[in-house]
Design a protein around this ligand. Structure first.
Ligand SMILES: [Zn+2]
Length: 47
């Protein structure tokens, strides 16, 4: 018997605790580069 399987590819989106922007969980925030309290990405914020 074939079971219908819906592949769930919905990324877990959380809110970055640092800047409040929506960010994927287990991923560095694309806005501020923070991940789990550490800055892991270098993002230019100066304009
Ligand atoms: Zn952020």
């Amino acid at each position: 018997m074939r079971r219908a399987q819906k592949k769930a590819e919905i990324a877990n989106v959380t809110v970055c605790p640092d800047c409040g922007a929506p960010a994927e969980s287990h991923r560095a925030c694309k806005k501020c580069g923070m991940y789990r309290g550490r800055k892991v990405l270098t993002i230019k914020t100066e304009e």
